[in-house]
Design a binder for this molecule. Structure first.
Ligand SMILES: Cc1ncc(COP(=O)(O)O)c(C=O)c1O
Length: 370
């Protein structure tokens, strides 16, 4: 038989398939549980805005047409709302696709990529497939160590990638420190700030809007998504802000109709519904504090989160067995074994009712395991 793995690009066999959170139907089917709560993929527990849903439903009527390849109305909306220049925007089927495109366009086996430890797994997957060397930089108190990242940059560093807030651990780099970092980085190194969870972090007093730096740093790449705070994960839509030259390259590389028309319509309407976004973010902030209090009560360490999930260290308890027990009670959470954080579970923050159920289940399990 032909060895197709040997024919594939060098790096492909070195990456592990992406491990997504268990789907609700799978748990219902396999464990025979009717009511399942998924707190494993950092989705929006309130769903999308009713306005987005209405727009999505209506757009299906035009499903026999190809979508607008340039996403004119969405780019226009982003311009009206935040003055993002349409020439700096690339739209993607989720921000994951945009990260993929950026690496395809710029990263090859003659360069390296600098990534803080425990970053979103897709950066190292993309770098490895491209044949680039990955430099993983240890964190300082669970936050990216910008000095160490800067030290690791050399003339072959094509990309530095930060998720801010980060996934799977949820910490954020102070935006002021990022600004100072950007001033020092050579312009041939692209600095990706992946802001998938930005909306859950932007309520801080000292928060700076990174998009306002676009004119100042030509190597700045900002990636955003509608999957999290806007609740459109299943529709797959995100955008990337870059200088116009990079945007033009990415737009050449992407498939002409990479973003479907339902996603485009829903994203436009979602941006209009500021009230829904406010409810989502306020619930998250309030419930995140309850997770912190729960951990204090049980003497567990919760990594300080700026996102819509928390990472909790279950120390002497066996984190995997806690995840299994929660699953048998119909609650899906995410062990971080794949990140070599075997004592830690990542739990997406749900609605108050969902979190109450999780706290009650964990109370029982932790008492049993004592
Ligand atoms: C940090 C980060 N970036 C990007 C993504 C990709 O999101 P999407 O492709 O749904 O926009 C995720 C998804 O979990 C993420 O955690």
């Amino acid at each position: 038989m032909t060895n197709y793995s040997a024919l594939a690009k060098g790096g492909l066999t070195r990456i592990r398939p992406y491990q997504a959170g268990k789907p609700i139907e799978e748990v219902q089917r396999e464990l025979g549980i009717k009511e399942v709560i998924k707190l494993a993929s950092n989705e929006n527990p309130f769903g999308m805005s009713p306005k987005a849903l209405e727009a999505a439903k209506k757009s299906i009527e035009d499903g026999h047409f190809y979508p607008d390849s340039n996403g004119f109305y969405l780019k226009q909306k982003l311009f009206e709302k935040w003055e993002y220049d349409p020439n700096t925007i690339t739209l993607g089927a989720g921000s994951n696709e945009l990260i993929n495109l950026l690496f395809q366009a710029f990263v090859g086996d003659d360069c390296n990529v600098v990534i803080p430890e425990y970053s979103f797994v897709v950066y190292s997957m993309e770098a490895t497939v491209s044949g680039a060397m990955v430099k993983n930089i240890p964190l300082k108190n669970w936050v990216a160590d910008l000095d160490a990242v800067y030290e690791a940059i050399d003339e072959n560093t094509r990309v530095v990638a930060f998720a801010n807030p980060s996934n799977p651990i949820g910490t954020a780099i102070e935006t002021k420190a990022l600004y100072e970092f950007l001033k020092k980085v050579p312009k041939s190194t692209l600095v990706v700030i992946d802001e998938a969870y930005n909306e859950f972090n932007a309520d801080k007093d000292d928060y700076l809007d990174t998009a306002s730096w676009m004119g100042e740093f030509e190597n700045l790449v900002i990636s955003r998504t509608f999957s999290k705070a806007y609740g459109l994960a299943g529709l797959r839509i995100g955008y990337m802000l870059t200088n116009p030259e990079i945007a033009s390259l990415l737009n050449r590389l992407r498939a002409p109709f990479n973003v479907n028309l339902v996603a485009l319509a829903a994203a436009c309407a979602a941006l209009d519904d500021e009230e829904h976004l406010k409810v989502v973010v306020e619930n998250n902030t309030c419930e995140r504090a309850r997770y912190q209090a729960f951990c204090q009560k049980h003497n567990l360490f919760m990594i300080p989160s700026c996102a819509n999930f928390v990472a909790i260290d279950f120390k002497e308890y066996d984190a995997q067995s806690i995840a299994d027990k929660l699953l048998h009670r119909g609650i899906i959470v995410r062990p971080l074994l794949g990140y070599k954080l075997q004592d830690i579970l990542r739990i997406s923050i749900g609605t108050k009712e969902q979190n109450d159920k999780l706290f009650a289940a964990l109370d029982d399990i932790l008492t049993e395991n004592k």
